[in-house]
Design a protein around this ligand. Sequence first.
Ligand SMILES: Cc1cc2nc3c(=O)[nH]c(=O)nc-3n(C[C@H](O)[C@H](O)[C@H](O)COP(=O)(O)OP(=O)(O)OC[C@H]3O[C@@H](n4cnc5c(N)ncnc54)[C@H](O)[C@@H]3O)c2cc1C
Length: 591
Amino acid sequence: MPVYKAPLRDMRFVAFEVFQADKLWASNPAFSEIDREVVDAVLEENARFNEEVVMPLNRSGDEEGCRVDGDKVFTPNGFQAAFRQYAEGGWIGLGAETDYGGQGFPKMVTVMTDEILYACNPSFALYPQLGIGAALALSQHASKEVKELYLPKIYSGEWCGTMCLTEPHAGTDLGIIRSRAEPQADGSYLITGTKIFITGGEHDLAGNIVHLVLAKLPDAPAGSKGISLFLVPKFLVDKDGNPGARNAVKVGSIEHKMGIKGSATCVMNFDGAQGWLVGKVNEGLAAMFVMMNYERLSMGMQGLGASEVAYQNAAAYARDRLQGRSARGVQQKDKMADPLLVHPDVRRMLLTVRANNEAARCFAMYVSKALDESRYGMTEEIRRVASDKVALFTPIAKAFLTDRGFDACVMAQQVFGGHGYIREWGMEQFVRDTRIAQIYEGTNGVQAMDLAGRKVVRNQGASVRIYLEEVRALFAELGAGLEVFASGLKHAANVLEEATRVLLEQAAQDVDSTNAAAVDYLHLFGLVAYAHMWSMMARVALAHQDDDLFYRNKLQLGHYFMQRLLPEIDSRLQAIKAGSQTMMAFAEGYF
Ligand SMILES: Cc1cc2nc3c(=O)[nH]c(=O)nc-3n(C[C@H](O)[C@H](O)[C@H](O)COP(=O)(O)OP(=O)(O)OC[C@H]3O[C@@H](n4cnc5c(N)ncnc54)[C@H](O)[C@@H]3O)c2cc1C
């Protein structure tokens, strides 16, 4: 059975030593009650709960899966009790507004608890996470009455939430959805249509399910400008928040899938279900994006959580498994062979995963800091700058962390040799469960197009220039002892600058070029961001290297990243320069 210990020391290092989160909180009235002592206690308890209660359900949930019977869906054994405890522990509302029953913790804290939850059980994680996302969309776009009625119930875990976008013929292209919303005399709407792949569309964990549904009004303009967002509860709710009659929304079936088998993925039929508009008519997509941006960082944490648990198990295996002898000569004379760890290639796999994980954790904290500032920054200017940063980095946080997370699971599985392919060790489940994170919440290819097209080409690289200034400002602080970081980061900034220039030049001449370059650009950008994170971590580690081996190991792992992983940016740049002709020259008949 896989093992997992939440990497609390690393989390604290990033939060309190690299970002000095406690000082940020002390200077912001929104977080006046949050300090290091409180957060330490939260992390300890969260780790304990997830390791002891949620993690043991990961394997059994995978084996048992969900079950549909008529219009009911049953989650795997143990999920109900664990969800109740999770809700009663206040974990669902940890980052939610205190006005509606939440605990008001910053994203810089919940990003850590998200990682732990996803590492322990990604299927289980999706039930509370979807509710939190739905609540966020309501909190920004719904009326005060709706918020008062729904948010406390979601934060307390009495009710769950979903997001219903996808239809059989409409996935990435939501402009062509067919679900209709007919206005009624009382101000509500009747929603009709079929949604597929709906996570947590139906289940037995909560008394009500709050569906957020995209649909079109009869006179809506064609395409994505004609989409509105509706709140459609499974049970209609009276003015005091009591669930009453069953609404006309039912599960049609559940999907049988490669991974996250404990998460119910449902076909949902809306047959004139009563719903209420959220936000403005025809502006549903923008309202839904609030939820999706939140979910996208959360998906990144699914990638990191999986990568961390996969690493921990691979490292333990490599310490124990005896196979072959070290090239340096016999290491364990009393044993028939040396442990796998003596082999450089096994170390390559472990260190690649670990160097990416530690950079990803720091990067997630960097994006979370911007998310907190975009919402709670003390001035309009701070909020605006932070919002731009969030917009730029959200597609990277989703796609880069999940692409690297999936690769990491495969690499960690490889450390086990044939045993990684056998169910007993749990590695194949990590691979299967993590694959979906590259697909849902907008495929990673679409995230890359969002970054290259909307976030870079559309503003002529303005956001990238601002980011490069920040990166270059760090050079000055990377003095003696940090030469590898200074030269690596300098090169990384130059390559990002050149890639951005090429992207903009190509876009002016070739309509296909941006999409052709997008995935390479996103991975290049992600690696540059990781080099930035490693440089920040190294600066702190150098200052404390005499205190503790922890810091010396950090520096050494940072060297590994800069010298062995960062050079990938050069080949990515070459691929971008090759342009779209390498792909678009083929006639359709070739495929
Ligand atoms: C387990 C699971 C859970 C899910 N949960 C939910 C949920 O809770 N709610 C919900 O609404 N949906 C959910 N989805 C749906 C998911 O978000 C979609 O599957 C995803 O957005 C892709 O849509 P699609 O499957 O129709 O693929 P398509 O849109 O058909 O895309 C196919 C391929 O083409 C590429 N592509 C598509 N359009 C373009 C373009 N314009 N330019 C370049 N490339 C393009 C894509 O990147 C992809 O590689 C879930 C799916 C799964 C499998």
